[in-house]
Design a protein around this ligand. Structure first.
Ligand code: KET
Length: 461
């Protein structure tokens, strides 16, 4: 029952659409079976259908094939196996200090201390939609406290398992309740988008986004592809710090995108995994989402606190759906609960409590913005250092995109062969599309990376 991870371009035929809707059909019939439409004897005979494999000594899973590692998280798996003392992990987007260590924010430590000291706190289940205060504060953080949709209670927000879980719940809600099942994602995009939305029961297509020739935005291509998308189609937009390219539209371009999206009645679905990481300002980075959420139209937003609060493993995030009326928002929320309950019942309490503690307290909030800005600034300084080092070294090519791109990643333009060479010869780990996590770099490791890039470009150019 594996879905086909087929992605078709904006102009191609809809193979992805048909394979995905049939996968949704299969999932639906599996659901019907589980709901007990069949009697228990036929269910039992399903389980014992092939008794020989259970008795002849072979595993009943003998036919299971080895799956490939995840293209991003698999980089860390390979890195962990490498005994080299000079190894460097620039794969996964996870912040490191100048010493190359993971960072727990000071505000997070303070909030956790408060939570531990409060002995009135218990470990009861949260409601299906999560911690109410966390949800309210998360909506305000991304949409703005003065946003009309927030003030008119037209937004429903549910706590989910970080950004990925928020996208997944939103995708599945749309597959069940929205009339258009096609979602357009940028080309390229975060690799997991395709799988998340396909498994949600949506059909995935792409719109042009990045121009390798200019290493910038293909704005014309984007407008053409979204302009010819069927009316009502869902459009996945990276709120800021586009992954993997580090290329964002300007605010003027965002306004043009907004007008096009609204005029064609497309449904925007924002993925906000890096609020505060692009510019260092939470408000500036939320601007694209806010212009959509302020125009009276509807949209979805998946938020992650993995990067901006450094809560990666706590899995804290939220899905907000901005609706036209408070009444619709209430009904939407009731259906979101039906998506969540059979998936994981209700979300974990600890991470959301940390976030709520920080967002509700003016001092902690201010301290958070300072720590966040420091992380963003360190990444910007890494860009400058790497760019300067390559220039000084005389490495062939124009490397100005390293300082022009924003957010956690640089889309270097190195090809898969060059990446493999850098891993083999220099123990530098990165995704095969040439993306490097600038957050994993430090002043001490810039020379090593520069040597590796120089060698890759000059030997395999
Ligand atoms: N959206 C985008 C655009 C994104 O880059 C990530 C994570 C997520 C959502 C999900 O993050 P979560 O941890 O579920 O809140 N990206 C990094 C980690 C990963 O691949 O899981 C990455 O690209 O390295």
């Amino acid at each position: 029952m594996s879905p086909q991870f087929t992605v078709s371009g904006a102009h191609s035929s809809s193979t992805a659409a048909s394979s995905s809707s049939s996968s949704a059909d299969r999932r639906l019939s599996a659901l019907v079976r589980h709901l007990g439409v069949e009697d228990s004897t036929s269910a039992m005979s399903d389980i014992s259908a092939n008794p020989t494999s259970a008795f002849n000594g072979d595993s009943v899973f003998a036919h299971v094939v080895q799956a490939p590692e995840d293209p991003i998280l698999g980089v860390t798996v390979a890195y962990n196996k490498d005994p080299s003392p000079i190894k460097l992990n620039l794969g996964v987007g996870a912040y490191r200090t100048e010493e190359g260590k993971p960072l727990v924010l000071n505000v997070v430590r303070q909030a956790e201390q408060q939570l531990v000291n409060d002995i009135s706190r218990v470990k009861e289940y949260l409601p299906i939609v999560g911690l109410a205060e966390f949800n309210k504060l998360s909506a305000k953080l991304i949409l703005g406290a003065d946003n009309p949709a927030v003030q008119e209670s037209r937004v429903t927000t549910v706590q989910c398992l970080s950004g990925t879980g928020s996208l997944r719940v939103g995708g599945e809600f749309l597959a069940r309740h929205y009339h258009e099942r096609t979602i357009y994602i940028p080309q390229p995009t975060w690799g997991n988008h395709i799988k998340v939305f396909t498994w949600s029961g949506l059909s995935v297509k792409t719109y042009r986004y990045y121009d390798p020739a200019t290493r910038g935005l293909n704005f014309q291509g984007l407008l053409e592809d979204l302009g010819s998308a069927p009316s009502g189609a869902i459009v996945l937009l990276h709120a800021c710090a586009h992954n993997p390219t580090g290329v964002d539209p300007t605010l003027e371009q965002w306004e043009q995108i907004r007008q096009l999206v609204r005029s064609r009645a497309l449904l925007p679905f924002f993925d906000s995994a890096y609020q505060g990481f692009a510019s260092g300002s939470l408000d500036s980075d939320a601007q694209p989402v806010r212009i959509f959420a302020a125009d009276g139209g509807e949209c979805l937003v998946a938020q992650s606190y993995a990067k901006n609060m450094g809560l990666y493993g706590e899995r804290v995030g939220a899905l907000s759906i901005v609706c036209k009326s408070a009444d619709v928002a209430r009904r939407v929320e009731s259906q979101l609960k039906l998506v969540i309950r059979p998936m994981y019942s209700n979300p974990p309490i600890h991470g959301a409590s940390i976030v709520a503690t920080i967002l509700r307290d003016r001092d902690l909030f201010n301290e958070w913005t300072i720590e966040l800005k420091a992380m963003a600034d360190r990444i910007i300084s890494m860009r400058k250092q790497l760019f300067d080092a390559l220039k000084t070294r005389g490495t062939p090519g124009d490397w100005s995109h390293i300082i022009k791109q924003i957010g956690m990643f640089t889309f270097t333009g190195l090809n898969a062969e060059q990446v493999a060479f850098m891993t083999k010869e220099y123990h530098i780990y990165m995704t095969s599309d040439g993306r490097i996590s600038m957050a994993g770099l430090s002043s001490k490791t810039v020379p090593h990376l520069t040597d590796a890039i120089h060698a890759a470009v000059t030997r395999l150019g």
